[in-house]
Design a protein around this ligand. Structure first.
Ligand code: SF4
Length: 377
C-alpha cells in the first residue's frame, strides 16, 4: 500500500542546527501554499490504496486544524485511503493548545510526533529551540487530554556540552512521560550551521566518541527495561506502535510526496518536487511540472538500497526475500567480507537473516560499505 508524505515548510524560528527544507512562517505564503498543496493532491488522483499519511516539516502543527482537515479531505478524495490509516502530524511543543489538538484529532490526525529533542532547558537553549522542557511535558499531557493514544517523542543526543549523565536525564524523563514511540537521533552539525559558530564563540564541545557510544547503548538498555522494543537503529516502540509510515522507507515501500521538496518512490521510479516554496506554488499555479530529478532505479541501485535500509531494522535482511526479489544470494555474494563483522560480534548471520547487533548498530555504515564496494566491482 502507498504512504502519503506531506511537507509543510514553515517554522516560527529557524533552529541553529537545522538542515531541513523550511523557512520562516508567513501567513500569506502559507495560504497560497495550502491552496497549491490541495491542487497538487487533487491532480494526483490514484486508485492504489494508501494506509499512511505523514505530515512532516518544517512545523506542520503551525497549520490551522481546518487546513489539516481540508488536506486530509483532499487525500481521501484523491487516493483510496484505508479506514484504518495511520495519520501522523509532526508537532513542536510550543505550537499546541488543548483546543488545537482536539481539532487536529477531530480532523483525522491519529498519531502525533513531538520534536522534544531534550528535557533539559540549557540544552534546548543551546539548540535555539522555542520550547522549554516543562512545555514539552505539558504538550504531551494536552495531547493525552485530547485523546491521542499514539504519540512519539524525538530526542537528540551528543549535543554541545552534554555529558552522558545529562543525556540519560532526558531519556529517563521520556520514559517517565511514557510515549508509545520514541526516536533517538545523533545531532549532526553540518558545515555552515550557525550552531558551529555558537559553539566556537561559547567554547562548547561535544563529548568524546566513546561517550557517544555509551549514550546510545545505555539509552537503549533503559528503554528495553521500560518495555520498549527497538525496531530500527534510532527507533523504539511499544508493541504494535512502530511507525507504519517510516517502515515503508525501510522496506522497499512506495510513497507519494506532496509539497515543496517532497520525495516520491513508486514502481522503481524516484523523483522529488521543486524545493523552494515560492517556486512550488508558482509551478502548481501555472500548471507546470513539479517533479525534478526523476530517475528509474537500476536493479543495482534498488538492491543496494534494500540492503542498506533493511540492515537498519532489528529484523535485519531477510535473505530469502532478497533472493526472491533481486535474485541475489547475499551471503554467497558478500559473506567473505561480512564474516569479519560476524567474528567481531557486530553482525549475526543465522542462515535466514543478517542482523546487526546493538554494538554493530554503532558501526552500521562500515558494514554497509561492504555492499557498496562489492557491488561496484
Ligand atoms: S523546528 Fe525543526 S524544521 Fe523548523 S527550524 Fe527547527 S529543526 Fe528545522
Amino acid at each position: 500500500m502507498l504512504g502519503l508524505y506531506i511537507h509543510v515548510p514553515f517554522c516560527a524560528a529557524i533552529c541553529n542546527y537545522c538542515n531541513f527544507n523550511r523557512g520562516l512562517f508567513d501567513a500569506d505564503l502559507k495560504s497560497r501554499y495550502v491552496n497549491a498543496l490541495l491542487e497538487e493532491i487533487r491532480r494526483a488522483g490514484d486508485s492504489t490504496p494508501a494506509d499512511t499519511i505523514f505530515f512532516g516539516g518544517g512545523t506542520p502543527s503551525m497549520l490551522e486544524p481546518d487546513e489539516i482537515a481540508a488536506i486530509l479531505d483532499a487525500c481521501r478524495r484523491s487516493c483510496a485511503l484505508t479506514p484504518y490509516a495511520e495519520i501522523s502530524l509532526e508537532a513542536n511543543p510550543e505550537t499546541v493548545t488543548p483546543e488545537r489538538l482536539t481539532a487536529f484529532r477531530q480532523g483525522g490526525i491519529n498519531r502525533l510526533s513531538f520534536g522534544v529533542q531534550s528535557f533539559r532547558d540549557e540544552e534546548l537553549q543551546r539548540l535555539s529551540r522555542l520550547h522549554s522542557a516543562s512545555r514539552a511535558g505539558e504538550a504531551f499531557g494536552m495531547a493525552r487530554g485530547a485523546g491521542f493514544d499514539n504519540i512519539s517523542l524525538d530526542l537528540m543526543m551528543w549535543l554541545p556540552q552534554q555529558s552522558v549523565a545529562d543525556w540519560l536525564e532526558s531519556v529517563d524523563a521520556l520514559i517517565d512521560v511514557g510515549p508509545e514511540h520514541a526516536s533517538l537521533y545523533l545531532l549532526e552539525i553540518y558545515p555552515n550551521a550557525p550552531l558551529r559558530d555558537a559553539m566556537a564563540r561559547s567554547r562548547w564541545s561535544v563529548a568524546p566518541d566513546d561517550d557517544a557510544a555509551e549514550m546510545y547503548l545505555e539509552a537503549m538498555r533503559r528503554l528495553d527495561a521500560a518495555g520498549y522494543g527497538q525496531y530500527e537503529i534510532s527507533n523504539v516502540a511499544r508493541p504494535g506502535r512502530e511507525s507504519r509510515h517510516n517502515l515503508k522507507y525501510w522496506t522497499d515501500g512506495a510513497w507519494l510526496g506532496f509539497g515543496p521538496g517532497a520525495h516520491s518512490t513508486r514502481d522503481g521510479t524516484r523523483w522529488r518536487n521543486v524545493s523552494a516554496t515560492q517556486e512550488y506554488i508558482s509551478t502548481v499555479e501555472s500548471g507546470g511540472q513539479l517533479a525534478v530529478e526523476r530517475r528509474i532505479l537500476s536493479r543495482q541501485d534498488a538492491l543496494e538500497e534494500a540492503l542498506f535500509t533493511r540492515l537498519r531494522l532489528t529484523a535485519g535482511i531477510d535473505l530469502e526475500l532478497v533472493n526472491s526479489q533481486y535474485g541475489v544470494d547475499v551471503w554467497r555474494e558478500f559473506g567473505e567480507e561480512l564474516h569479519r563483522f560476524v567474528e567481531a560480534g557486530l553482525l549475526i548471520y543465522d542462515g535466514g537473516a543478517l542482523r546487526l547487533t546493538r554494538a554493530g548498530m554503532l558501526l552500521a555504515h562500515e558494514v554497509m560499505t561492504v555492499f557498496i564496494s562489492s557491488t561496484v566491482r
